[in-house]
Write a protein that binds this ligand. Structure first.
Ligand SMILES: Nc1ncnc2c1ncn2[C@@H]1O[C@H](COP(=O)(O)OP(=O)(O)OP(=O)(O)O)[C@@H](O)[C@H]1O
Length: 349
């Protein structure tokens, strides 16, 4: 288990990269730290590893307070964004390097490197140097090096960022499977929401040194806690439309839609959120729909992302391929009320 208590990191020069952050990562969990560039993900990971010192607050690993413990004595192993392999060493020596530091004898080191290397499909490449390997193979060497250490926790900083789109997809599945098998608590940093949703058991969404939501991928996707998370998660961002409460209904983009939540005050201003995946397109007016004009249609392969302009608001809808309307058509966006959300002052009601 990794526990962060009121963790704050202020860099020399005054940048507050982490602001009184609380987080509990459970034993054996595959946990993602997700957020836009500069939000503090890498700083958080490095502070867990001990490569950065906390300005205040605590880092607890297992049941031990390691806030002031040297990185080497924290029993965590980190994979860096650039893999940080030694170019002059072959794969065996790269994988077994941490064991050499721990003064493990050479035959035992070599045997361990061979065992872990085989597990990651590196047999036959053990005598090569990093420069003679593909990106995906280098990534596996970096993972093998971490696995060989048998640490209590693994920390990955954007482990898939150097791979091309295809390899990334393969590596996702592979990493997740591997983590399951090993059952070692793993924290990984990514700025790619799809990657976090696909791989993590739970995730934290960060913004400017704060955690804005912690939850399973399903929770974060279905019920974003605030408009920041709503806009950040999802391959197409959630529709976030200004609305006014009118009794039992809402006035959104000049139309009346059913209110998806109770306890709203008549006349109050809210934000109505619904994912394009949960909005259908209709050529005929339907109760509770939003009338608009088609201004854009983008192919997503098997479906189209259709953008409607409705009384100064933009509404996006996913339409099955073949059913997409023509540009300039007048049509109706029909949101699923059971999937719609209300935000008051940016927070989920
Ligand atoms: N060594 C440093 N000295 C001063 N400021 C730093 C240092 N390292 C990072 N920062 C600042 O701290 C903030 C958080 O940086 P961090 O690298 O943790 O973000 P990140 O979320 O990992 O971003 P990215 O996805 O771009 O890697 C940023 O404003 C960054 O400029």
């Amino acid at each position: 288990m990794i526990e962060l208590k009121s963790l704050t990191k202020v860099y020399p020069g005054g940048v507050k990269a982490l602001d009184a952050l609380d987080l509990e990562i459970r034993d054996g969990e595959f946990f993602a730290l997700l957020g836009p560039s500069g939000c503090g993900k890498t700083t958080l990971l490095r502070t867990i590893a001990g490569l950065e010192t906390a300005t205040s607050g605590q880092v607890v690993i297992g049941s031990k307070d390691v806030t002031h413990v040297q990185p080497g004595a924290r029993d965590v192993a980190m994979v860096f964004q650039d893999y940080a392999l030694f170019p002059h060493m072959d794969v065996t020596d790269n994988i077994s390097y941490p064991l050499r530091i721990k003064k493990v004898a050479k035959p035992a080191r070599t045997a361990k490197a061979a065992e872990v290397g085989a597990r990651l499909g590196l047999e036959g490449l053990m005598d090569r140097r990093p420069g003679q390997l593909s990106g995906g193979q280098q990534q596996r060497v970096a993972l093998a090096r971490v696995m060989a250490t048998q640490a209590q926790a693994f920390l990955f900083d954007e482990p898939l960022s150097n791979l091309d789109a295809r390899l990334r997809l393969e590596a996702r599945t592979f990493l997740k499977k591997l983590q399951r098998e090993l059952g070692v608590t793993t924290v990984f940093v990514t700025h790619d929401q799809a990657e976090a949703l696909a791989m993590a058991d739970r995730m934290a969404v960060m913004e400017a040194g704060h955690i804005r939501q912690i939850g399973t991928p399903a929770e974060v996707f279905q019920r974003p806690a605030n408009t920041f998370v709503a806009g950040f998660i999802g391959s197409t961002p959630m529709n976030l439309l200004d609305g006014t409460v009118r009794g039992e209904t809402l006035e959104v983009a000049g139309c009346k839609v059913p209110a998806p939540a109770a306890g709203l005050r008549d006349g109050e201003k809210i934000v109505y959120g619904v994912r394009p995946e949960y909005v259908t397109y209709s050529v005929e007016p339907v109760d509770g729909s939003i009338a608009g004009k088609v201004v854009l249609s983008e192919s997503l392969g098997a479906s189209h992302l259709v953008t409607l302009e409705a009384a100064g608001e933009t509404v996006q809808v996913i339409v099955p391929e073949g059913d997409e309307p023509a540009l300039g058509d007048e049509g109706y966006a029909v949101p699923r009320t059971d999937r719609a959300l209300i935000y008051r002052d940016g927070e989920l009601v």
